[in-house]
Design a protein around this ligand. Sequence first.
Ligand code: FES
Length: 108
Amino acid sequence: MKWYKVFESEAVANQTIAPQSAILLQIGNKRLCMARHSDGFFVTDDKCPHNGESLSKGKVNYLGEIICPWHNYRFSLKHGIECENRTHDLATYSVERREDGIFVGISD
Ligand code: FES
C-alpha cells in the first residue's frame, strides 16, 4: 500500500471540509471522495456504484453514510455497503492521522 499526504494537519482538513460534507480528491488517476463525520475522515471512490454520480457532491448523515445526490442511495463510509443493498459496494480507503499530516492509503 502506498500512502499519500492529503492535508498538512487535521486543523487544515477541518478548515477545508465542513462537518457532514465531502470534497473531491484527485490522487494520480483516482477520483476519491473524502468525507467528514463526527468519527473522523473517510475516503471512498468518488463514483457512485449505482449510476456514476460524484459522491463528493453528497452529504453525510448522522449514521456515517454518504448520501448520493442523484438517487439518494446511502453508503456506509466505514464499509462501503449501500444501506439497503440496492447496488454493489463502494470502495473504501484507509485514512491515517499522523503527526505530520493526514494520509490516505491506496493499494498498488
Ligand atoms: S447515481 Fe448514486 S444513487 Fe444513483
